[in-house]
Design a protein around this ligand. Structure first.
Ligand code: SAM
Ligand code: SF4
Length: 396
């Protein structure tokens, strides 16, 4: 796409942030009183978006499913949150709601496997949760589970989120026929289909579901035809992140016309075997692979796991994101299922305050689940008392 355009992303007396699109390059420009102090935030943001496969839709530029489009009220709020963070106030950007514990798959790695069951928050509780999250500053609401599309009212819940935040649904793709998509697309910003292998048999085996790969492919095609910003979410582990897997994955994504292939890393939580995670060599290979793609002008990978590296934004748990379990327990991260309160009896504001006052979330230089205090003090205590919103580390 060849174009020259400038978008105002944020404008206040303190700072003005602009996105410049020149030919097919995206750059940020910052001006204003606070600009010398926000240079670091700007350059971290720029690193994430400069090689993005941007899309123009409704006179907005969509840079990646990790950020709201520009210009938008949600992006302004996100940048405002970053300014506030800079002066010491932490407000969350992202709330993921596990809208159900039900799922028709039994994936080898599922972190939620111990939670899979009948649990569901009521529609009323979820709407209240959304209201409170938006009031707290959240700029993206992600609907997950279990399998979120097993809820008939998911389309209504997605459409309930107002312009203060973008919406994303993450799905295994088993239930997205034309009729469901008709209802879901209203108010939906991003739809991510999970894929664990570019090879049909391997994917179906991993998810223990026949024909799922085919369904994902058909679902992606239908979503792309409808102009929904559709992506693939690929959880990389040592068994699916060699060069051939990555190349075949990207070829598949490109042939299906997806907006992005988001790569995140496996965590040895849930039913995943302890220690079977990406090492530095695997991560370097994925980065190197992306460099090769960029050299060929192929902009499709969103290496989401890099956002959480120390030199970028660091760990998001209890700082930039938090999670709601299917029973309403609020946790700092999906992989650290410590409940800080239930939405049915406490306000989200109170719960967020409680999370923020815990020293575990003050230093973001390491993922919480890798911290000694979590591994050696908090986790064993919780295991002893069985105090989880859902059980973790069942292999330990
Ligand atoms: C819990 S699922 C819920 C949504 C839907 N059922 C699906 O599979 O897309 C959301 C995402 O979490 C990922 N996931 C599950 N277990 C994980 C683990 N141990 N580490 C990292 N990601 C995991 C899944 O692959 C999926 O992409
Ligand atoms: S990863 Fe998603 S599809 Fe697989 S078992 Fe977990 S919730 Fe179900």
């Amino acid at each position: 796409m060849k174009m020259n355009k400038k978008y105002v992303a944020y404008d206040s007396v303190f700072a003005k942030l602009m996105v410049k699109v020149e030919e097919d390059e995206v750059n940020l420009e910052i001006k204003g009183l606070l600009s010398p102090f926000l240079k670091n935030t700007k350059s971290k943001l720029e690193d994430q978006i400069k090689d993005s496969n941007f899309v123009l839709k409704n006179d907005k530029i969509y840079l990646s499913s990790s950020f709201p489009p520009i210009p938008s009220f949600a992006f302004k709020r996100l940048f405002k949150n970053e300014i506030k963070r800079f002066i010491g106030f932490n407000y969350p950007n992202n709330l993921t709601i596990m809208v159900t514990g039900e799922c028709e798959c039994d994936c080898e790695h599922c972190l939620a496997s111990e939670m899979i069951g009948e649990h569901r928050l009521s529609k009323k509780d979820i709407k209240r949760l959304i209201d409170q999250a938006l009031d707290l500053g959240v700029t993206q609401i992600v609907f997950e589970g279990g399998e979120p599309t097993l809820r008939e009212d998911l389309p209504e819940l997605v459409n309930y989120v107002d312009e203060r935040a973008t919406t994303m649904v993450v799905t295994n793709g088993a239930n997205l026929d034309e009729e469901y998509l008709d209802r879901l697309e209203k108010g939906l910003d991003y739809l991510l289909y999970s894929l664990d292998s570019p090879y049909p048999e391997k994917h179906n085996q991993f998810r223990k579901r026949e024909n799922l790969f085919q369904k994902v492919k058909e679902g992606i095609k239908k979503s792309v035809e409808r102009d929904i910003l559709t992506g693939i979410l690929y959880i990389a582990h040592p068994g699916n992140s060699d060069y051939k897997h990555l190349k075949d994955l990207v070829d598949l994504g490109r042939s299906l016309g997806v907006f992005e292939v988001m790569i995140d890393e496996i965590v040895d939580s849930g039913s995943w075997r302890e220690g079977n995670v990406l090492d530095e060599e695997d991560k370097a290979r994925i980065k190197q692979f992306n460099e090769e793609l960029l050299n060929q002008d192929i902009k499709i990978l969103n290496n989401f796991f890099l956002l959480r590296e120390t030199e970028n934004f660091g760990c998001f748990a209890g700082k930039r994101w938090f999670y709601a379990s299917p029973t309403g327990e609020i946790m700092p991260c999906m992989h650290t299922p410590i409940s800080f309160g239930n939405i049915k009896d406490k306000s989200l504001k109170e719960i967020w305050k409680k999370i923020r006052s815990n020293s575990l979330f003050h230093d973001a230089s390491k993922c919480v689940y890798e911290k000694e205090k979590y591994e050696e003090e908090i986790l064993p205590k919780m295991l002893e008392k069985n105090q989880f919103p859902y059980k973790m580390y069942k292999n330990r």
